[in-house]
Write a protein that binds this ligand. Structure first.
Ligand SMILES: Cc1cc2nc3c(=O)[nH]c(=O)nc-3n(C[C@H](O)[C@H](O)[C@H](O)COP(=O)(O)OP(=O)(O)OC[C@H]3O[C@@H](n4cnc5c(N)ncnc54)[C@H](O)[C@@H]3O)c2cc1C
Length: 375
């Protein structure tokens, strides 16, 4: 019986479980995680307005794991031993014949004063902080922005920040207090969201102008204080700052010999193998994969990579060479609480639709479909 270990309980980990179980009814699958829970990160954008409550997005995985015959091991990975054949955790050691690392990414917290900003993509607690602060504020300036990893520009996540920004605008309009708030979008990039494609950048900037959202673009960020964003092009006074720094690899990778990309992620090949390692695979935000510079850090791609990793690992465990690669595809609906803008990009296609109300409905439908499968 093949003993396969997966680290993490996010999108990539669950996609790997699904593919492994579909392809091998007998494999002994162990998932290592802090807690047997899945957090549906894309809907964090709906917490500030109250459209979603934290408990709507945190899903216990006990039933799902029982159905998929997965052994859950409660612990945080802290390192590896024997070339990856043993995972070290804070609660003990877990042996395997093959390993898939799907422990997500980490945000870089190096800028001075970073403690004064809310990093919304960190999880439910951060989104709740935004909701509560908005309730307190009678008016003022909300600054929303993102940066990237200077050593690996693709290690970043910008899309959700546009969603928080447009969602805040819609929410304040609905609450009849938009006129008391100034919304400012800031980024060191002159063309923020470029990975979504040229047309998408134009659409996003046009949508900001149409919603009276000011922009402060193309200036390096030098730090934050409790009430301002400091950039090389001047300061932005703010009562609430939402900022998404660039991403890097998990701290526990430092206790391993795994090869790293310039940005600190795990260096993978086109088969999702960690380069130079035996039967050690990576999927999702943890990895740096070969491909175009617009390759996103997205749940959709994490799923495709995890499925590829699972297929190739099973092939290797059966004595065959890994042969499956994954399609690089960016697909997202940039939501604004009342509408959504579809962006779809592949090597051959680039499609951007203007904001449509039914796209918001489609995003909600997808969330329902995804979470239903885990119940
Ligand atoms: C607000 C927001 C909106 C988004 N919107 C979209 C969208 O519309 N479409 C889209 O495709 N993507 C979207 N994304 C991106 C998407 O959520 C991520 O790309 C995706 O979650 C990556 O999946 P992952 O499995 O690699 O990492 P994660 O989902 O972050 O999962 C990592 C897992 O590893 C666990 N873990 C971490 N460290 C350890 C450790 N040491 N030991 C054990 N376990 C560990 C974590 O607890 C977690 O369970 C959005 C993200 C955010 C935050």
């Amino acid at each position: 019986m093949k003993k396969i270990t997966i680290i993490g309980t996010g999108f990539a980990a669950l996609a790997a479980v699904c593919k492994l179980r579909a392809r091998d009814a007998e494999a002994e699958i162990t998932v290592i995680g802090k807690i047997a829970e899945f957090v549906y990160l894309p809907s964090l954008i709906w917490i500030p307005s109250g459209l979603r409550r934290p408990e709507d997005l945190i899903v216990p995985l006990d039933n799902y794991f029982r159905r998929m015959r997965v052994r859950f091991y409660a612990g945080e990975a802290t390192g590896l031993k024997d070339g990856g054949r043993v995972v070290l955790t804070d609660t003990g050691e877990v042996a395997n014949d093959g390993l898939i690392i799907a422990s997500g990414g980490r945000f870089m917290k190096k800028l001075p004063g970073i403690e004064y900003v809310v990093t919304p993509c960190e999880g439910v607690a951060a989104a709740v902080r935004i909701r509560d602060r908005l309730r307190e504020l009678q008016g003022g300036t909300i600054a929303v922005g993102f940066g990237s990893n200077p050593n690996e520009p693709s290690a970043m996540r910008g899309g959700p920040m546009f969603e928080f920004l447009f969602g805040l605008h819609t929410q304040l309009v609905r609450e009849g207090r938009r006129d008391r708030f100034k919304l400012v979008f800031f980024s060191p990039m002159k063309e923020p969201g470029k990975r979504l494609g040229e047309k998408a950048v134009k659409e996003l900037l046009a949508a900001m102008a149409a919603s009276s959202i000011e922009t402060h673009l193309g200036h390096e960020i030098s730090g934050f204080t409790v009430d301002k964003v400091m950039t090389e092009g001047g300061d932005i006074p703010a009562d609430l700052i939402l900022f998404m720094p660039g991403m890097t690899g998990n701290a526990w990778f430092d206790n391993t010999d795994l090869p790293r990309s310039p940005g600190g992620l795990l260096k993978a090949d086109q088969y999702c193998r960690v380069e130079g390692c035996d039967k050690v695979y990576v999927a999702g935000d943890s990895g740096s994969f070969p491909g175009p510079d617009w390759m996103p850090k997205q749940a959709h791609l994490a799923g495709l990579q995890a499925s590829t990793a699972a297929t190739n690992l099973l092939a290797e465990l059966s004595g065959r060479a890994p042969a499956q690669t994954f399609k690089v595809e960016l697909i997202c609906i940039v939501d604004s609480l009342d509408a959504g803008m579809l962006v779809w990009r592949t090597a051959r296609t680039s499609l951007v639709l203007p904001p449509l109300s039914w796209m918001h409905g489609l995003k909600r439908l997808f969330e329902w479909w995804f979470l239903r499968r885990l119940s």
